[in-house]
Design a binder for this molecule. Sequence first.
Ligand code: BGC
Length: 460
Amino acid sequence: MIFEILSIVIGLYLFMIMYFNYKYPEIRWDWDTIQTDKVEFPEKFIWGTATAAHQVEGNCINNWSEFEKGSKPTGEPNIKDNQQSGLACDHWNRYLEDISLIKKLGVSYYRFSVEWSKIQPEQDVFDEDVLRHYLKMIDALLENNITPVLTLHHFTHPIWFDRLGAFEREENIQIFISFCERVFKEYSSKVSYWCTINEPGVVATQGYFSGMFPPGKKDSQLSAVVLKNLLDAHVKVYHALKKMEHGPQVKIGLVKNINQFEPWRRWHLLDWVISNRVNHFYNDSTIEFLRTGIYKIRIPGLAWIYHKNVNAMGSIDFFGLNYYSHNHLKMQFSPKEPFIMKYPDGDILTDMPYTIYGEGLYRAIESVSVLNVPIIITENGVADARDDRRKLYIKRYLYAVSKALEDGFDIHGYFYWSLMDNFEWAFGYDMKFGLYEVDYMSQKRTLRDGSQAFIDIVKG
Ligand code: BGC
């Protein structure tokens, strides 16, 4: 009897492992035989580069600048070595010089965000000078034949909004909509591409699960609620803006980072369970919500939600895909840290805690193609202070895009992250994502050698 039960259990285990391995393969290409120089892009393909206000502008007083001053319950500073964003790249004053740098790359699109805390320093005050500033920047871009792509929320919001509970509270969504409507009214005659919210999944998981981002909480159920509210906020903003003048003519999308979570041991059921649930929360729940209007989180003991919003269907004109890499998760028996990240031997690490994985961009494109809307790669790039991996990264990831195009995926554009080095959130200024290196003492920008690979493909 015991023998029979044992063989059923083992049989079941093997069946599940085989099923998971078949259903979620970790694609690996043989890069030694791939000719990454053989890439082709349609003539109308959108080439651009991207930044976000808090990371480049300087002097932002918002939820992040507050967080930068604090530390974790362990006493560790919130930001590596207690760094603060401060003047950043002084893009606020140097945007004309930066536009000339964009032009030199040969790209004709620029994705940037407006800083909500500067535009609306108090709940009932809109700063006309700040609104004029962004208008001048948009005009300067257009005069230089660069199409502006405007993000309304890129991780930061005013301190007063934070005090009201930010996106923890459903009631606050209306406040965000009013801000978006105001910005749209100002610029919609000149800006034809709009991104509502940048990476709701990152805001929810880093802010409320890992505690690496503000408000630094660790509450998985709240994290799921915040993600729901951010997604609802996107849907409501989309429909509100579509009703306004120019709304029907412009393109409005949501920007989502895809990061595949893989089991470290492909024969270990617990590694599969962990990676599967993290994927479910981080990637699949958002795609499902946009596809069906149903937001469902099912992680027993950690987060459990069912929510329906039929307006989510048809709430994007394009899918803004941010992609960097994947992560391998290894389960361990520790209530404090149930899993750890691992990096396969032989994979090339970037300066961020992940590896170069061009195949992943192809997989990400494939996974979001179920939404049947044009895909714009709104971010992709590498942190590489030594500049000895940038060229390889660019070639492999753009090869993946070219292959996806060849295979029929509807990709309209690609934005390199980032135009220049900038304040990389919890990692401070240590991460060097820029096509241009920034010397923060002199504010001098210098093109990196590795960036030439991007310029060659764009111009080629
Ligand atoms: C964010 C950027 C960030 C980049 C690199 C994305 O998640 O949108 O603000 O700098 O990743 O980490």
